[in-house]
Ligand binder design. Structure first.
Ligand SMILES: Cc1cc2nc3c(=O)[nH]c(=O)nc-3n(C[C@H](O)[C@H](O)[C@H](O)COP(=O)(O)OP(=O)(O)OC[C@H]3O[C@@H](n4cnc5c(N)ncnc54)[C@H](O)[C@@H]3O)c2cc1C
Length: 387
């Protein structure tokens, strides 16, 4: 792995900085601001950098690992997401590259690339979360359609999604992993009902999705019937590789440091030691992520290291949120809807205190989403330690 910056890399870094500056000439990008997010997405689409992790033949920019690193760091420094396009871009597309038919690639990838279609992930079911292979949502083949009956739960964004990539059961006789089929489901198909699950912070992200005789054409099946577990696992490694949260943690670190310097907490040795320990671990994670990026760029599929990245990334992001709350003190108190409301005028407290610190607490859920910490440890024990 060669991470020295060449003149070409430095020129690329300048290009990235210029794009950010041109996109936000009037103000720094604001967190969780829909207008700024849309502006950033449009800029990436126009520049051809939206699908920055895709292979060149499918419309990716063909960056080296070092360029991908520069991209991550520069965008995180600016408080911008390194990737746009949601689950279609980051999770489904790699499966379409590897297992989708040429017709499916031609049909779905352009809309994902143009960010025209929103996808959701229909994996978890009541009783089939960690033990995902126990899923029971049935798909029965009737002529040239599968007919789906069953229920999915915790489906993030299903209420806004146009399509779902969905795991279904097509056989019950063999080993449970063997009878799973991966289908792409149009969310407008009759028989689908989406009901909200409101989380503790009052927000609507999760849903329960029920299927009652939902007809899905056979041509929407990825790969072979009964082989969905292989594709689903492939998708999860991509999901988890994207869950190292390095950019978010770097961003939090900068916020904590500014706040703790301003209010003097940085001079408290116990706090400073914890902050530095976390920063060192973040540095190690950053290098591990880079190594993985480099391996993926060289053509390897991310393996068990995606579980390492996710586990460690989750630990660090959670520790960062704790340090941030400690630093912000009383200012960390506002509950999300209050914090997201109109800013009081004149503003209360110093600039750093006006960040929605409480919002970062949703990072607690990171140790569950995409497979729990315990599940990641089990995967590593099997794949790396071979126990
Ligand atoms: C923010 C967020 C977003 C999500 N979005 C989606 C989505 O879009 N689509 C989707 O399909 N799902 C989604 N999920 C669901 C997520 O994948 C599941 O919650 C997760 O896989 C855990 O499953 P479960 O909730 O059924 O818990 P369970 O599997 O019931 O686990 C309960 C507890 O038991 C532990 N446990 C279970 N089995 C073992 C074992 N073998 N060894 C050790 N410990 C074990 C777990 O670690 C956990 O602590 C999301 C979850 C979150 C938090």
């Amino acid at each position: 792995m060669d991470l020295d910056f060449t003149p070409t890399d430095l020129a690329f870094r300048d290009e990235v900085r210029a794009l950010i500056a041109q996109t936000f000439p009037d103000h720094a990008p604001r967190e969780q601001n829909a207008d700024d997010e849309a502006r950033w997405r449009d800029a990436l689409l126009a520049r051809g950098w939206a699908a920055n992790k895709w292979p060149v033949q499918f419309g990716g920019p063909g960056w080296s690992a070092t360029q991908a690193f520069i991209w991550e760091r520069e965008t995180s420094r600016a408080g911008l997401p390194p990737q746009v396009g949601g689950m279609g871009m980051g999770m489904l597309a790699p499966i379409l590259f590897g297992y989708g038919s040429p017709q499916q690639q031609a049909r779905f990838l352009p809309d994902i690339l143009a960010d025209k279609v929103r996808w959701c992930q229909g994996y978890s079911e009541p009783g089939a979360g960690s033990d995902l292979a126990s899923l029971r949502t049935a798909a029965e083949l009737e002529g040239d359609h599968y007919v789906i009956t069953g229920e999915k739960v915790w489906t993030s964004g299903a209420h806004q999604a146009d399509w779902m990539f969905c795991l279904t059961r097509t056989a019950t006789e063999a080993k449970k992993q063997a009878g799973i089929t991966f289908l792409l489901v149009d969310m407008r198909t009759p028989g689908i009902e989406v009901s909200p699950i409101i989380s503790l912070d009052g927000r609507h992200s999760f849903n329960r999705v029920t299927f009652d005789g939902v007809r899905v054409p056979v041509e929407n099946r990825i790969g072979e019937e009964g082989q969905g577990w292989t594709y689903a696992k492939g998708l999860l490694t991509h999901e988890r590789t994207g869950q190292a949260y390095v950019s978010l943690s770097l961003n939090l670190l900068a916020g904590i440091r500014a706040a703790a310097t301003d209010n003097g907490l940085i001079r408290e040795p116990g706090f400073a030691r914890r902050l530095m320990e976390t920063e060192i671990e973040l540095k190690a994670l950053e290098m591990t992520e880079l190594r993985t990026l480099w391996e993926v760029a060289a053509g390897d599929a991310p393996g068990a290291q995606s579980s390492m990245l996710k586990l460690k990334g989750t630990e660090i992001v959670q520790r960062m949120t704790e340090l941030y709350v400690e630093t912000a003190g009383d200012y960390a108190a506002p509950w999300f809807p209050q914090a997201a409301g109109p800013a009081p005028s004149p503003p209360l407290g110093p600039a750093w205190a006006r960040r929605e610190v409480a919002r970062y607490y949703e990072g607690r859920a990171a140790s569950i989403a995409g497979g729990t910490d315990e599940v990641q440890r089990n995967i590593m024990a099997k794949a790396v330690l071979r126990v």
